[in-house]
Design a binder for this molecule. Structure first.
Ligand SMILES: Nc1ncnc2c1ncn2[C@@H]1O[C@H](COP(=O)(O)OP(=O)(O)OP(=O)(O)O)[C@@H](O)[C@H]1O
Length: 446
């Protein structure tokens, strides 16, 4: 006989090990086991949204963890908690009553360091910077929403905060609301759980400037998208400015509702691409000055030459080099940096994988010329390697889609999206293709 509490204890523990604390507390801790009868595990969840989430994201793991705990095939059955009396009792008797305080009640602060003054303008971000400046001066007028997209650590959040900081400085009464898409989701769920949806709406819909970071995490979250759609409409209709960031274009975000994709296109979408060498040196110089780190120019150039994709890594390298010099009690020099980057194993991970290195590897693997790979020929023997190369560029580098298209003989970014989707789809069933891509990845990472 399987004991409900023991089985659930084991399952919850397995989830805890593989989940982030936020995921665990938002989705898993609120689930209540009700019964385990004839291999059917009934679980009570606090809302329909939770049920959706469990069904689409957690069921497979649940069955797996249940099997690990019992060596039996257990099927879940989710029911939604609709007993308001019991919900209220549970809320008041909860030991962790504070957890129920909606997070949107807490003040969200902008990072005061992320300003236009501390932002270094270069080729990859000048459009984004110019648009951000316009929006901070004339919010709600020209570019609404303003949408920044691009690889990780390239300054999207920085620019978004710079808009907020400038508006607060110019008009101190401006109500600025900054959230990540995950925080928006959590606020929304808390509002449902604590029946404070009205406060949630007030909080978001009364903002003069709403900044939502990393909206790619709205993927798959139907209920949150629905709520965000109404938030967006309400702000937009009132002429309030909305700024969004994502690691990709809206239409590339899986399962983002079409009506959101089209609304996001009403304003201006600008990509941010990795900084060139001069910009990287300038960013490092600024950072060194701000942190009072004494470092010769040639050493700055050396670091900027080693780390070429991501500004966060660039800053991280400087901080580590600084720490290393303190540890060794030696002033920073190029020699010391070379040693410290080596000992810290920095600057050699993804820096070597570039569009060109991918094109070369794919061309030689499939015996096609580089010119054909970048050209327009439509034979299958060339189209397939071309699509694979585009797919790998998207997977293994931080380059934007337009940039990848350009490097493939000036193709449109939609061609790159098509290639990426085609290969992703084929990879699901085609084992030969799986092996070939795996060979290529190994080759590139060697
Ligand atoms: N042009 C720049 N000038 C000065 N600092 C920059 C610049 N670009 C990025 N940074 C710094 O790099 C770090 C990472 O930037 P940020 O967090 O804005 O990246 P992001 O594009 O939002 O990344 P993610 O997609 O991971 O959220 C921050 O400390 C930011 O201040």
């Amino acid at each position: 006989m399987l004991d409900l509490q023991t089985v659930w204890g084991a399952i919850a523990e397995s989830f805890r090990k593989v989940s982030t604390p936020v995921t665990y507390s938002t989705w898993i801790a609120s689930a209540q086991p009700i019964s385990l009868i004839n291999h059917q595990l009934t679980i009570k969840l606090p809302s329909a949204l939770h049920k959706d989430y469990w069904e689409s994201n957690l069921t497979q793991e649940l069955v797996e963890f249940a099997y690990q705990a019992t060596h039996e095939d257990i099927q879940p059955d989710f029911v939604v908690d609709i007993d308001p009396v019991e919900t209220a009792t549970r809320k008041t008797t909860s030991d962790n009553a504070n957890e129920n305080v909606p997070t949107f009640m807490k003040e969200t602060k902008l990072n005061p360091k992320y300003t236009f003054d501390t932002f270094v303008i270069g080729k990859g971000n000048q459009m984004a910077h110019a648009a951000a400046l316009v929006v901070s001066e004339e919010p709600g007028a020209m570019y609404n929403p303003l949408f920044f997209y691009g690889g990780v650590g390239l300054g999207k959040t920085h620019l978004m905060h710079a808009i907020g900081n400038k508006m607060m400085l110019d008009r101190p009464n401006t109500r600025v609301k900054y959230v990540t898409s995950e925080a928006f989701t959590n606020d929304f769920i808390n509002a449902i759980q604590t029946k404070t949806q009205e406060q949630f709406r007030q909080e978001y819909r009364n903002a003069d400037l709403l900044l939502v970071d990393d909206i790619q995490f709205f993927a798959d979250k139907e209920g949150t998208q629905e709520e965000f759609f109404h938030t967006f409409n309400s702000l937009y209709d009132d002429g309030k400015q909305i700024v969004l960031t994502s690691d990709r274009l809206p239409r590339e975000i899986p399962k983002l509702q079409d009506r959101l994709v089209s609304r996001f296109a009403w304003g201006l979408s600008v990509d941010i691409t990795p900084p060139d060498l001069e910009t990287r040196i300038a960013i490092l110089r600024n950072k060194a000055n701000a942190d009072h780190i004494d470092i010769p120019d040639d050493t700055l150039s050396y670091i900027a030459g080693q780390i070429d994709s991501n500004v966060r890594e660039l800053e991280g390298a400087l901080a580590r080099v600084h720490a290393y010099s303190k540890l060794k009690n030696t002033p920073i020099s190029t020699d010391l940096v070379a040693k410290s980057l080596k000992s810290l194993n920095l600057g050699n991970s993804h820096a070597e994988i570039t569009i060109l290195s991918i094109q070369n590897a794919v061309a030689s693997y499939y015996h096609v010329s580089l010119a054909d790979l970048k050209g327009k020929k439509r034979m299958k023997s060339i189209v397939m390697p071309r699509q694979i190369a585009m797919y790998l560029c998207r997977e293994l580098t931080d380059n934007s889609l337009p940039k990848i298209g350009t490097e493939f003989g000036g193709k449109d970014h939609t061609t790159v999206i098509h290639a990426y989707e085609k290969i992703t789809e084929s990879l699901k069933n085609d084992t030969n293709l799986q092996n070939e891509i795996s060979d290529l990845k190994n080759e590139l990472k060697r």
